[in-house]
Design a protein around this ligand. Structure first.
Ligand SMILES: [Zn+2]
Ligand SMILES: [Zn+2]
Length: 440
């Protein structure tokens, strides 16, 4: 592998051979390996911390928090441990408030034990306190370990809150391998999303001028290959393989930091997942782990791209569809399907004006001029049949109905995904071409 984690960590801040920019990773220490947690006292010393605050929930305490506590006690390091008692804590005001209220004023480092909510909360707390942030991972379930944002629910809405890139990520393969298979599949699903996100990053560079970097795309592509190769053995409990999956996830997060945008790691499939999360929050509809939703949505998106590649763009059809488009009716639809969460999307469109007919006409000309190139990008995606077979091989769900989401809701999520943010994704390309989500 050209880009292993060790060399990337050394390269925190490098001048890029492809785009000429200086890329920053942000994560300084990453220890994935047997006995990694034993290195925590030395890491604390490196960061000058003497009174860490350890944040866990019941599950993560059992998985690794207890071991962290023993290691700190053994090393004679004064610390405060807080265990969130409720089952499945939500990433909301309550857990952040709880963390703030239980964290003593003298705490000089936050050690969040978990994968997801606890990490996101720890990043917010350490940013607030201006102290180092360590993550002790308990499952390779998503690629947010190295990211500088926290995926939260604020005021009942899903947001990505700027928080802090952790200083150290620590993962013991024995802990990771013992995590539920569904969580490992979720991590792999979050990586399968990268097939789509990289392709869409290229398309967006062509059509709307998003800054693209071949080096960063290459780093993500390699991390993805590593994860795919390791996934079957990781799910069979192989520690080396599960370490490879974890490494891929950390690298993917680093790549987002390098790019300074989420483009390398998230596209249409993440937005579909986001819509399902918004609906779950507003209406308590079924939802699943982030990576599982992204994996299924990636397959759905790859299928849609395959259909699109066979389509011959039609200028008149696209212009007529845009003339017939009723933004007020569409906004009413968003409000009905997404509740209060729709407002931020509608406000986003008012700022961006992607439905403006003049802007559309200009984009349409670029699409027509670049159609063969777009088709070439699509042809580099994996075949949907191969992707589906791989997902089945590792027991990853391949349809939303398997996780309790109806076909109608899945189709709706696909339709609404284009409005999540101002990123140019498949849903936008279809709208620009005057095509329905089914593509006919
Ligand atoms: Zn670059
Ligand atoms: Zn993700």
């Amino acid at each position: 592998m050209k880009y292993d984690l060790r060399s990337l960590m050394k390269n925190d801040g490098f001048v890029c051979p492809s785009c000429g920019k200086r890329h920053y990773g942000g994560l300084s220490d990453c220890r994935i390996g047997e006995g990694a947690m034993e290195g925590i006292p030395a890491l604390l010393e490196k960061y000058g911390a003497k009174n860490p605050f350890v944040l866990c929930d019941r599950q993560t305490y059992k998985a690794a928090g207890g071991a962290v506590e023993r290691i700190l006690c053994h090393a004679g390091i004064a610390h405060t441990l807080h265990i969130v008692e409720r089952e499945k804590p939500a990433p909301d005001e309550r857990i952040v408030g709880e963390a703030v209220m239980f964290c003593p004023p003298g705490a000089d480092c936050v050690i969040a034990v978990g994968s997801g909510v606890l990490n996101d909360t720890g990043k917010i707390l350490s940013r607030m306190k201006g102290v180092p942030d360590f993550i002790v991972a308990t499952a390779p379930s998503m690629d947010g370990f190295a990211s500088g944002t926290s995926s939260m629910e604020r005021g009942g809405l899903k947001i990505s809150l700027p928080s802090k890139c952790p200083d150290a990520v620590i993962a013991d393969p024995a802990v990771l391998a013992a995590s539920p298979a569904h969580m490992i599949r979720s991590g792999v699903g979050d990586m399968l999303a990268k097939y789509v996100s990289i392709a869409e990053w290229r398309i967006a560079a062509l059509l709307v001028g998003d800054p693209f970097c071949e080096t960063v795309a290459g780093i993500v592509g390699e991390a993805l290959d590593t994860c795919v190769k390791a996934a079957p053995d990781a799910l069979a409990g192989d520690r080396e393989a599960v370490s490879s999956v974890m490494e891929g996830l950390v690298i993917s997060g680093l790549a987002m930091n390098y790019a300074g945008i989420s483009r390398p790691a998230s596209g249409m499939e993440h937005y579909i997942s986001h819509i399902l999360d918004m609906r779950a929050l507003a209406f308590e509809t079924p939802s699943d782990l982030h990576g599982i939703q992204c994996g299924i949505a990636a397959l759905m998106t790859v299928r849609a791209y395959e259909k699109l590649a066979k389509y011959k763009p039609d200028r008149e059809r696209a212009l007529a569809a845009v003339r017939a488009f009723d933004p007020d009716a569409w906004n009413a639809h968003l409000r009905e399907k997404l509740g209060a969460g729709a407002e931020a999307m509608i406000a986003g469109e008012q700022r961006e004006g992607k439905y403006d007919p003049g802007k559309h006409a200009a984009r349409l000309e670029r699409i027509l001029a670049n159609w063969e190139e777009i088709r070439a990008i699509i042809s580099a995606l994996p075949k949907s049949g191969d992707l589906e077979a791989f997902m089945r091989q590792i027991g990853h769900p391949t349809s939303f109905s398997e996780i309790g989401v109806s076909e109608e809701d899945a189709r709706e999520a696909f339709r609404m995904a284009k409005d999540i943010r101002d990123k140019y994704v498949l849903g936008r390309l279809l709208w620009d071409l005057g095509l329905p989500p089914e593509i006919d």
